[in-house]
Design a protein around this ligand. Structure first.
Ligand code: ATP
Length: 285
């Protein structure tokens, strides 16, 4: 049973006013993996994810999420899913603790609310009213509400937008804790470092279709891409060469230059390099 994928989508389609937003998406998300969706604005990520969450009707295609068609899902299915949307509603005069306790009441087996408040780094704000939270603190509350129900499958839509760098790294640790508990995670993000840090596999979505699915290390043939070896000549001139065998080149240079190679660097294409090539952008993500 647990070998069954968490999500299977086949030939998913959705148009708005005759324009295809999702144009034949195929996806399989395995249980326990972090699956990231990357793609430019308007690529169809949110539409795809909302169909998987049961919040949007598809025009065509087949979908199974935790063994159920989300278009026909019930409350019991919904309780197994956690969702962190790009923004959530207002909670008027309630405090952080009150809101998290209130949401815990919707689920059959929630995590202890005060533990979740601490996990998302809001322990010091537990008694603060939510309307006084900063943008990043507000986002942490959104995450707390997404995970309070002990979800088997968690959808995170741009979860760290507005986080400072320290908060982002803390958030990644929180996600790693959920991964260790076996949670399956679908992560939509525009941050390539976030996808690289967290994802087992990345799907690049462009123009309503899946352009590629691979691990961060393999995406776009990155692992086998030529390396660039750069160094300085004895006269101090910058030199560089692309090669499939950088170790051999470094050994040869070391022999030629008599030991240490001045200014030596060996680099391979970054995730950003292959991503931008894949979506056909000249430097815009
Ligand atoms: P972003 O990174 O900006 O969040 P996205 O990849 O999530 O983008 P979608 O929100 O799925 O993209 O949008 C895909 C396309 O569908 C866009 O062209 C968008 O304008 C269009 N679209 C989305 N929702 C609607 C709607 N309710 N009515 C009409 N068009 C829509």
């Amino acid at each position: 049973m647990d070998d069954e994928p968490a999500i299977v989508a086949r030939n998913l389609r959705k148009s708005y006013g005759g324009v295809a937003a999702v144009d034949g998406v195929d996806l399989t998300v395995r249980r326990g993996e972090v699956f990231a969706l990357l793609g430019p604005n308007g690529a169809g990520k949110t539409t795809t994810v909302e169909i998987l969450e049961g919040y949007r009707r598809r025009d065509a295609g087949e979908v199974s999420v935790l063994g159920t068609d989300p278009a026909r899902a019930d409350a019991a299915w919904r309780a197994r899913i956690g969702i962190v949307l790009q923004s959530t509603g207002e909670f008027e005069d309630l405090t952080v603790r009150e809101v998290v306790h209130h949401f815990a009441g919707f689920y059959p087996a929630p995590y202890p609310p005060d533990d979740v408040i601490a996990q998302v780094g809001l322990a010091g704000k537990a008694n603060a009213r939510t309307h006084g939270l900063s943008g990043g603190q507000r986002r942490r509350l959104d995450v707390a509400l997404g995970i309070i129900g002990r979800p088997e499958l968690l959808f995170l839509d741009e979860p760290t937008t507005g986080f400072d760098p320290e908060a982002r790294v803390e958030f990644w640790d929180l996600i790693r804790g959920l991964i260790a508990l076996g949670t399956t995670i679908v992560l939509t993000t525009h941050y390539l470092d976030e996808a690289e840090a967290l994802a087992d596999r990345i799907a690049v979505i462009a123009g309503g279709r899946v352009a590629a699915v691979a691990s961060p290390a393999d995406l776009g043939g990155r692992r086998n891409a030529p390396a660039t070896v750069a160094w300085r000549s004895p006269e101090g001139e910058p030199r560089s060469e692309q090669t499939a065998t950088p170790t051999a080149l470094v050994a040869e240079l070391s022999a030629r230059l008599g030991g240490e190679i001045p200014g030596l660097t060996v680099t391979r294409p970054t995730l950003e390099d292959v991503y931008l090539t894949m979506i056909g952008s000249g430097g815009r993500a």
